[in-house]
Design a protein around this ligand. Structure first.
Ligand SMILES: Nc1ncnc2c1ncn2[C@@H]1O[C@H](COP(=O)(O)OP(=O)(O)OP(=O)(O)O)[C@@H](O)[C@H]1O
Length: 315
């Protein structure tokens, strides 16, 4: 095979210098990240590191304060439905299904960016509409079979167990026929068996030619699954590499244990806060000592007037 014919390994997502500020808080700080076709990339970091904010910047939910996100060479539009139409789909940390719709209907909703039939076609319900609807249903059923939910196509989404709701979210995201799938904590709340099944599902998605970027707190899941892992700490990318590199990096371990590391983003602020806390503690200690001294002096100055009956014998 010549290099011209192979597309595996081409960069499809290219995020450069992405920064997101909320007022005075910099949630994401100058982050570069790429994802290539055929890759599964993990994004990890302690709570509040900026992972979801970064996802939101990639998917048009937030417009980054600075930086640029390209998908297959084109800058992504700042609207989430346009990002989905461009080929980037996602799931959410907090499941966002249509609870009172059936499992199949939820997947059909996910297909709307791929349905060419317009408004009048839907209203007039002509042959074009019926053909498109049939094709959509067939594809939706295929996707449900792919994630193992075909037997539950007619169930209401809200009646599915938690793990299956997460699978349904994935099927709905796949319904937009993405080239890149972003998964935000896909195994949250799952038992080890469900987590293992999700791992297999993500491999199967990759094998279908869809690149995956995944946020997850379950390290075993991430290190088993990912070709590459990027670590965010306090909004900035600390380390990036294969699983072994990231697992062996002392700065990553320190970040998870909450220890400041050399040149950590915000390390100066942490040092300032610690110094202020120490000064405050010293002042409080000094104040306590002064108070104790004053009390002792007062007690010495007026021994008989303050003494209550029986006080001597209480001591
Ligand atoms: N809309 C917002 N307005 C203001 N601050 C926000 C907003 N969204 C996130 N933040 C702040 O940005 C920082 C990063 O939050 P984010 O949710 O991206 O972290 P995370 O790494 O996804 O955390 P977790 O692992 O707990 O989900 C946090 O300090 C959070 O409070």
């Amino acid at each position: 095979m010549t290099t011209e014919t192979t597309t595996r390994g081409e960069t499809i997502l290219d995020a450069r210098g992405v920064t997101m500020r909320f007022g005075g808080l910099t949630a994401v700080r100058d982050v570069d990240l790429t994802v290539s076709s055929g890759e599964i990339v993990g994004l990890i970091g302690p709570n509040g590191a900026g992972k979801t904010t970064f996802f939101n910047c990639l998917t048009g939910l937030y417009i980054p304060t600075e930086g640029e996100v390209r998908y297959k060479g084109a800058v992504l539009p700042p609207k989430s439905f346009k990002v989905t139409a461009a080929g980037v789909a996602r799931t959410f940390q907090n499941i966002r299904l249509f609870a009172n719709m059936t499992v199949l209907e939820n997947v059909l909703v996910g297909r709307h960016t791929r349905t060419k039939e317009g408004f009048w076609s839907a209203v007039l319900r002509g042959p074009g509409f019926h053909r498109a609807e049939k094709a959509s249903r067939e594809r939706a059923m295929e996707l449900l079979a792919f994630v193992g939910l075909a037997p539950k196509a007619d169930h209401l989404a809200r009646n599915l167990p938690y793990g299956e709701q997460r699978k349904l979210e994935i099927a709905r995201a796949l319904a937009s026929e993405p080239g890149l799938l972003l998964l935000d904590e896909p195994t949250a709340g799952m038992n080890p068996q469900e987590t293992r099944a999700t791992e297999e599902l993500v491999f199967a998605i990759r094998d279908q030619g869809i690149a995956v970027l995944v946020i997850e707190h379950d390290m075993r899941f991430i290190f088993n699954l990912c070709d590459r892992v990027a670590v965010l700490v306090q909004g900035a990318k600390l380390v990036e590499g294969d699983s072994a590199t990231v697992q062996g990096d002392e700065r990553v371990i320190a970040a998870y244990l909450g220890e400041p590391f050399e040149n950590a983003p915000g390390a100066e602020e942490v040092a300032e806060v610690e110094a202020a806390e120490a000064a405050q503690a010293e002042t409080a200690e000094a104040a306590e000592a002064t108070e104790a001294e004053t009390e002792a002096a007062e007690a010495q100055a007026e021994p008989s007037t303050d003494a209550a009956p029986g006080k001597e014998s209480d001591r």
